[in-house]
Design a protein around this ligand. Structure first.
Ligand SMILES: *Cc1c(COP(=O)(O)O)cnc(C)c1O
Length: 430
């Protein structure tokens, strides 16, 4: 149904393990990931771009569990990090420093020094001010820093406003005017080696066109770099490759590659990709137990579950759509579920708001959603929760965060234990 999550004999499995069995062992709510889906995702995108021998740098912020990073590191993946903490995680997971790249608009001096000491592949520099700081810190350390300029190409990725990063009004990247000045004055930054050009436009991007537009701008920008003798070796087209949240077909890595590869070939540069969502998004689910059902006198029904916005904030933050269905449903789950109301409504389904216990009206997973009848104590699966799920979780309302489980064939492994109430107060003093 969704990569390696399938119903067999009326109940949901992750690979060859019953989801109910996992929950019986680790409790609820729980994030459950399929090892095979993660590795298949990595290989699918790597292979689609194989003609360009890409360095695939997994975006750590999409899912930063050490066990998952380790899986990918063993497979040869590089890592895209956006903080000192993510850099630390990647190294702990066994990442090769020369396969780590560091983006982010606000890298602190401490983070830059840490990354210089670790000898990472490159920084993706997002402003002139940052460029100067990296130059000075590298000088102090008597070393050279390799950097790519993250360009803001002013391309609309046609995605949610809160996940758009490559338009001129966004805080990300260096606009082409400033970038031109940097290139012309590059000799001033003599402890820097400007070795690449980078763009990351937003996420999810549903078609190749925004990448193509950005690459065309890079192509126009490259001659200036050559004239000024910059040793440009890499072009990095960022992340944003989409997944299907509904079951409907979407653009695949080979579809992006078909349009993107000819342009990369023209540039004659090494290609870097930074996928996050594509690799882990559909490789994970969040399982939650129904605590109560509630019906108002106006006929509105709520399913109140034990997971909440603090565990998975995408619906609250981005109005994101996630398929949700009982783990052992009375009605089989359709191949495709969308936010549109089925018309005519299916007789066996009930219309509900699926919400959590947090004290916010924005605490919901779905509104006016049709699902099969379900009882308190039964489980719901929230699909496509492997990316930006656990990593965006918090302890709001002093809720201990859920555990994470990795399934491998017939076995499963707890890869992060459930937090306890002691964990909640463990760092407080006095
Ligand atoms: C978040 C991010 C990515 C990953 O985006 P996905 O949509 O998960 O592929 C890649 N590069 C940078 C710089 C990012 O900030």
């Amino acid at each position: 149904m969704v990569a390696n999550f399938n119903f067999r004999n009326g109940t949901l499995y992750c690979e060859d393990v019953k989801v109910e069995e996992i929950v019986k062992s680790v409790g609820s709510p729980a994030y459950i990931y399929s090892k095979k889906a993660i590795l298949d995702g990595y290989k699918e995108i790597r292979d689609a771009f194989a003609d360009a021998f890409p360095l695939v740098c997994f975006s750590v912020k999409s899912n930063s569990n050490l066990s998952i990073l380790r899986l990918l590191a063993v497979e040869g993946s590089g890592f895209d990090v956006v903080s000192g903490g993510e850099l630390y995680r990647a190294l702990q997971a066994g990442a090769h420093p020369k396969k780590i790249i560091f983006a982010g608009v606000g890298k602190s001096s401490e983070e830059i020094e840490y990354a210089l000491d670790c000898n990472i592949l490159m920084f993706n520099v997002e402003s002139l001010a940052e460029l100067k700081v990296i130059n000075a810190l590298a000088y102090d350390k008597k070393t050279k820093a390799t950097v790519a300029l993250r360009l803001n190409p002013d391309v609309d990725p046609k995605t949610h406003a809160k996940t758009t990063t490559g338009k001129r009004e966004n805080k990300f990247g260096i606009d082409l005017g400033v970038a031109e000045r940097i290139v012309k004055e590059a000799k001033r930054y003599d402890t820097l080696q400007i070795c690449g050009l980078h763009v990351h436009l937003g996420s999810p991007i549903m078609s190749p066109e925004p990448y193509v537009k950005a690459l065309e701008k890079i192509k126009d920008f490259l001659p200036l770099c050559r004239e000024n003798s910059l040793p440009i070796e890499y072009v990095n087209i960022g992340g944003g490759y989409c997944i299907s949240y509904t079951g409907q077909p979407v653009c695949k890595p080979t579809d992006y590659a078909r349009e993107i590869l000819p342009l990369v070939r023209d540039l004659n540069l090494k290609l870097i990709l930074e996928p996050g969502r594509f690799i882990v998004g559909n490789s994970g689910i969040l399982v939650t137990k129904v605590v109560y059902k509630k019906e108002t006198s106006f006929g509105k029904r709520f399913i109140i579950c034990d997971a909440a916005m603090n565990d998975l904030i995408r619906p609250t933050l981005y109005d994101a759509f996630h398929r949700i269905w009982p783990v052992s449903p009375r009605v089989p789950m359709p191949e495709v579920l969308t936010s549109a109301t089925p018309n005519p409504p299916e007789p066996d389904l009930i219309k509900v708001d699926i919400v959590g216990p947090v004290c916010e009206s924005s605490d919901f997973f779905a509104k006016d959603r049709f699902i099969p009848e379900i009882k308190a104590g039964e489980l719901l699966s929230i699909f496509s929760a492997g990316a930006y799920g656990f990593t965006m979780s918090s302890n709001y309302n002093s809720r201990p965060r859920p555990c994470e489980v990795l399934v491998d064939g017939k076995t499963f492994l707890l890869i992060r234990r459930r937090e306890t109430c002691e964990d909640l107060i463990s760092k407080e003093i006095g």
